[in-house]
Design a protein around this ligand. Structure first.
Ligand code: PBG
Length: 322
């Protein structure tokens, strides 16, 4: 049957009708908020290219956790900016490192689920995601440092470790180290399909983690490679990932869709700093309706197949969803 018997607009005619036939829903429990701690600051600090996102001093963990929980958010992903950087990124895996202290503080003051980003780029003086040999990142040496970092984050109380460095074998190395250290129930959320992207720009301003020389194209994926993304995800699953991630989100919705159709495990998407800042900037100029664009972007990421979304909009979206 076609028009005039069939009328698609029948099911769009009222708000209640539209709610009844909605295929995709966004829930506060889908959202993960990135939280930044900087060891060297004593007051919250803003970053011009990420409007509304603060970097926090360690002492503020109590204030931060109660604000996050007031918005009904359950989970955060932590990033740390150390006061000292060196060539081996050693502040990433010391017992009293910035992230380790932040985990302990947040655990003491809340029951938030704590995910930790695991990478060395915020901790190395050269800004690469691993240790360098002859100017390029040494994969195999780097994964043993990732394993150490994972154990130190789990010792501090992290619930989920999220390796983001795109080193080969990183998930297996981390799983083995966690199990050997008795952290059998600490999960791994693998940044499996992480593309080399210009949309990370604002994050790197904030975390001061741009590579001093060169870029990340020797370890992060190139934009056009959809089949290779599936291989990356397959490998991470076989190495023991509990959750796989696609990053960035909006320019890679097909990769999220592929992941959803290929694998049964939970899928995360990271709506990264540049995606956030573009919407904020256009909203601030009055060129788009910021709140509606925010909700549309998040819903489209879920529609593509993501179960959970890491997003700088988590608090703003949670306020609208309540
Ligand atoms: C660490 C890391 C980065 C992001 C998340 N973890 C930076 C990068 O790979 O350069 C980017 C997040 C964002 O842009 O919001 N490797």
């Amino acid at each position: 049957m076609t028009f005039p018997e069939t009328r698609m607009q029948r099911l769009r005619s009222t708000e209640k009708m539209r709610e009844l036939v909605a295929e995709t829903h966004l829930d506060v429990s889908d959202l993960i908020l990135p939280v930044f701690f900087n060891e060297s600051i004593s007051k919250p600090t803003s970053t011009t290219s990420m409007p509304g996102i603060l970097t926090h001093p360690l002492a503020d963990y109590e204030k931060i956790s109660s604000e996050i929980q007031r918005n009904d958010l359950n989970s955060v992903i932590l990033f740390g900016i150390p006061s000292k950087k060196d060539s081996a990124g050693s502040q990433a895996y010391v017992e009293d490192g910035v992230v380790q202290k932040a985990i302990k503080g947040l655990k003491k003051s809340s029951d938030l689920l704590i995910i930790t980003d695991l990478c060395l780029c915020e901790y190395t003086d050269h800004g690469h995601c691993g240790v360098l040999h002859n100017g390029s990142v040494d994969n195999d040496e780097t994964i043993s440092l990732y394993a150490r970092t994972a154990v130190s984050q789990a010792d501090a109380g992290a619930d989920i470790i999220a390796p983001s460095g795109m080193m080969d074998g990183q998930v297996a190395a981390i799983r083995e180290a966690l199990d050997d250290a008795g952290h059998k129930n600490v999960a791994i959320m693998a940044y499996s399909a992480k593309f080399q992207s210009s949309f990370y720009g604002p994050f790197r301003d904030l975390a001061r983690s741009s590579p001093e020389k060169g870029d990340r194209s020797a370890y992060q994926m190139q934009c056009g490679n959809r089949r290779e993304a599936l291989r990356e995800m397959e490998l991470d699953i076989s190495e023991g990932a509990d959750i796989i991630m696609v990053k960035p989100a909006m320019s890679y919705l097909d990769v999220i869709y592929d992941a959803r159709n290929s694998f049964g495990l939970p899928i995360a998407a990271y709506q990264v700093s540049g995606e956030y800042s573009m919407i904020k900037a256009a909203g601030a100029n009055g060129w788009i309706d910021e709140k509606r664009a925010m909700m549309e972007s998040l819903l489209s990421i879920k529609r593509a197949g993501a179960d959970m979304i890491i997003t700088y909009f988590a608090e703003a979206a949670a306020k609208l969803l309540r």
